[in-house]
Design a binder for this molecule. Structure first.
Ligand SMILES: Nc1nc2c(ncn2[C@@H]2O[C@H](COP(=O)(O)OP(=O)(O)OP(=O)(O)O)[C@@H](O)[C@H]2O)c(=O)[nH]1
Ligand SMILES: [Mg+2]
Length: 198
């Protein structure tokens, strides 16, 4: 593939399908979440080397019936430099977080902030899936917002922290709905600023 071509460019994008990229540290639960969304059941996973990609349908609220093409990218440290080739031209980013793994919260924050602040991701809505809420000691969204540095971001950034459990599926569709609303909001804001500059 050419130097300036991303995997997203290489695939035909179905009409009305939104592209979503799932990132996060290894073992956060990305693949478990993807398979739960796609097959509505718990499937055993192995660490992702490369990526998985599935088309998923929104089931709730405004997102009902909307198709999302979800890219789930391996989160091991050596694979993270590849993330940027998946976030090119994406409609939304889902950052999956292990809400119990306090020891790696700083590392998660660093990777999340690197992604949020990358110029090429400017304005792309970020849904943080606060995963593994079924485990004792899971941190609550309010605390995670602070730990991840989201509350320090300027108003221009669209983000939301959604509590979830990828094993049961709790919170996943709710997260997609919020992400969809943020994508719509971004488009509306872009239209308004275009009108202003005319
Ligand atoms: N208790 C609990 N375990 C979970 C949850 N989600 C995922 N797991 C477990 O966490 C482990 C890692 O899950 P994966 O989905 O493979 O993690 P990943 O983010 O895809 O990891 P990489 O592919 O290495 O980036 C597995 O043993 C899952 O069963 C959850 O919500 N609760
Ligand atoms: Mg995986």
């Amino acid at each position: 593939m050419g130097k300036n071509t991303s995997l997203l460019d290489a695939l035909p994008s179905g009409q009305g399908t939104l592209h979503v990229v799932m990132l996060g540290l290894d073992s956060a639960g990305k693949t478990t979440a993807l398979y739960r969304l796609k097959f509505d059941q718990y499937l055993n996973t192995v660490p992702t080397i490369g990526f998985n990609c599935e088309k998923v349908k929104g089931m709730m609220g405004k997102a009902k019936g909307i198709n999302f093409l979800v890219w789930d990218v391996g989160g091991q440290e050596k694979l993270r430099p590849l993330w940027k080739s998946y976030t090119r031209c994406t409609d939304g980013i889902v950052f999956v977080l292990d809400s119990v793994d306090v020891e790696r919260m700083e590392e998660a924050k660093m990777e999340l902030m690197r992604t949020v602040k990358a110029p090429e991701n400017s304005g792309v809505p970020i849904l943080v899936l606060a995963n593994k809420q079924d485990l004792p000691g899971a941190r609550e969204p309010r605390e995670l917002e602070k730990l991840l540095g989201l509350t320090e971001l300027s108003n221009g950034h669209l983000w939301h922290v959604q509590p979830a459990c990828a094993i049961t599926g709790d919170g996943l569709q709710e997260g997609l709905e919020v992400l969809y609303e943020m994508i719509l909001k971004r488009r509306k804001l872009a239209k308004m600023s275009k009108k202003k500059t005319r």
